[in-house]
Design a protein around this ligand. Structure first.
Ligand SMILES: Cc1cc2nc3c(=O)[nH]c(=O)nc-3n(C[C@H](O)[C@H](O)[C@H](O)COP(=O)(O)OP(=O)(O)OC[C@H]3O[C@@H](n4cnc5c(N)ncnc54)[C@H](O)[C@@H]3O)c2cc1C
Length: 236
């Protein structure tokens, strides 16, 4: 059972929940957990949420993007408050994971679409906690500047660690710039050369994951070096 200890709005529609889970063993960056909500009449709904925090026993953070017509996210990102409890199962997932210890000197390349930044943030935080010198590039595709999750922290980490962030605004860009989706030029600017064998993680809606993966393959990155996770209506 997880107990909400704190919550904070990241954007107008995304909220971070800090939860405590007695006996939680910690996790690997990139893993997720299944949250189950049960109503008084016994009806229950379960959804997966990536873990946003760096590994820590007993405590973890989620960031949930609210979908107004959704069943679970409006509660987690709107109604839930400190003291509330819910069932939690995890950590889950062994493929879409990265840790400073296993990475060696390979650079890290992260591609996020919308709330797909959440598990990648766990990797960035673990990288920071380990004071890793491995270069990290994050290409973050998001509707507009006001939809950027973790904006202040990403900006601070870009100064204090070898992290470079390239934002792609798909709807409204900053004044003087035009909106643009992820493209070959964005990959060329930030991606290490394929010969450097970067560890590559792509996370977001299915369309974003497909587009980003084919751009990476076109740029010469071996499909086996690209790990993907899709946040879609079906979770596939
Ligand atoms: C491994 C994994 C990790 C995930 N991690 C996160 C996370 O860290 N943060 C986060 O906010 N979400 C995450 N998700 C998505 C999350 O599991 C839910 O799908 C999402 O919160 C919507 O649930 P809901 O009950 O509110 O909406 P539902 O009641 O399931 O759906 C409501 C409406 O929204 C559509 N919809 C459902 N899911 C999405 C979606 N992801 N994007 C766009 N439209 C959708 C449905 O087709 C439907 O029309 C993750 C999914 C997976 C599979």
């Amino acid at each position: 059972m997880a107990t909400i200890k704190a919550s904070a709005d990241e954007t107008a529609t995304a909220r971070t929940l800090v939860v405590e889970v007695p006996g939680w063993p910690g996790h690997l960056p990139g893993q997720h957990a299944d949250v189950r909500l049960t109503a008084e009449d016994g009806y229950s709904a379960q959804r997966s949420y990536s873990i946003a925090s760096a590994p820590e026993p007993g405590r973890l953070e989620f960031t949930v993007q609210r979908l107004d017509d959704g069943e679970v996210s409006p509660y987690l990102a709107g109604i839930a408050e400190p003291g509330d409890q819910f069932d939690l199962r995890g950590p889950i997932g062994g493929w879409f994971t990265w840790s400073p210890a296993s990475a060696g000197q390979r650079p890290l390349l992260l591609l996020a679409g919308g709330s797909g930044v959440v598990p990648l943030m766990s990797m960035i935080r673990a990288h920071g906690a380990a004071k890793s010198e491995v270069p990290v590039g994050l290409i973050y595709s998001v509707r507009s500047p006001s939809d950027v999750i973790y904006k202040t922290e990403l900006s601070e980490r870009s100064v204090s660690s070898p992290l470079t962030v390239d934002y792609r605004y798909t709807r409204s860009a900053r004044p003087g710039t035009r909106p643009g989706r992820i493209d070959a030029a964005a990959i060329a600017r930030l991606a290490p050369p394929p010969a450097a064998r970067p560890d590559i993680f792509v996370c977001g809606p299915s369309g974003f994951v497909e587009a980003a993966t084919s751009l990476l393959v076109d740029a010469g990155h071996a499909p086996a070096t690209i790990k993907t996770e899709r946040f879609g209506p079906t979770g596939t």
